[in-house]
Design a protein around this ligand. Sequence first.
Ligand SMILES: Nc1ncnc2c1ncn2[C@@H]1O[C@H](COP(=O)(O)OP(=O)(O)OP(=O)(O)O)[C@@H](O)[C@H]1O
Ligand SMILES: [Mg+2]
Length: 352
Amino acid sequence: MALFGGSKSLAGLDIGSSSIKVVQLKETGKGYRLTNLGVRPLPQEVIVDGAIMDAGVISDTLREMVKDVKLKGKDVAVSVSGHSVIIKKIKVQEMTEDELERNLPFEAEQYVPFDASEVNMDFVILGGAGGDGKMDVLLVVVKKDVINDLTTVVRDAGLNPVVVDVDAFALENMYETNYVLAPEEVVALVNVGASTTNINIIRDGISIFTRDISVGGNQFTEAIQKQLQVSFEEAEQLKKGRAAGDKGPEEVQSILGVISDNLGQEIQRSLDFFNSSNPDIQISRVALCGGGSSVPGLVQTIEQRLGTQAEIVNPLESISYNRKKFDESYIEEVGPMLGIGVGLAIRKAFDR
Ligand SMILES: Nc1ncnc2c1ncn2[C@@H]1O[C@H](COP(=O)(O)OP(=O)(O)OP(=O)(O)O)[C@@H](O)[C@H]1O
Ligand SMILES: [Mg+2]
């Protein structure tokens, strides 16, 4: 028998390619409060193209971080993204949730390029009763080996992965917790990480398009490294507006401008693709988060290229925290990187 059953709270654990983030929130009468936070960098090449290359380094880093921040409890929510995740809106014959649960492998077969035994599937019924006897379903398919790799690394660190979510949905949860969306408003959420940028278009609390593109903050660092002949660490400093060795941040301005425009172009390509199949839907604004969104001038460049209002999302916008426990400037520095961690921390163990 569960003594404290019901809404068991989880820590959100976001294992990114450049750093691991853990976020713990407490639900209070006045909304969420931050109770724990940890961010630890990962060496390069530990995660490549979303695949775990060095599980030992990740679980060691994770174990140390959990100890350092004195994480309460062991239950965590983690998430996956990238090529091994398929999110697709499909049409199926109207049926009950139980029926769909049983029929899902057959319904999904034509959309999934993997064998049914290789994947985990889930779905959300979006609605139907359009009179044609069909309903819209959001199909989510994740390759089992990706889930296994991730949960193994988490268990090796002594934690218990209770929920496996998808980056795009965590992002959506984070956004809707922090901001109020007007009905009919269509927002393109863009999470610019180090190696991946997640795009998630939402309307009326539903994700209507998701795509992960393989670009992000690393592109800026790599361009600076190449053109100024500096190390990865020096390039990271210059990118963040700090001096490194005998170089000052003014020397990278034009590089940041060019790469920002490239990134804008990639985002535009995805939004154009969305618009080609949804010509009647107008995107109201682009909302950016992720560490990569802090690149100076990026928001303006994207706004210009897309011709759509662009703004920075603060994952902690409506989440309170104790300023004696968490340093304000630290929160400001790492805040943009907490989008997925916050979205995962909102999840409850009984969520499906
Ligand atoms: N102040 C800043 N200015 C510019 N870039 C920044 C700043 N802070 C962080 N970044 C960049 O943001 C990226 C890290 O962001 P984030 O933590 O969201 O990525 P990640 O989750 O580790 O990566 P991914 O999700 O792609 O695997 C790095 O490329 C880092 O250099
Ligand atoms: Mg990330």
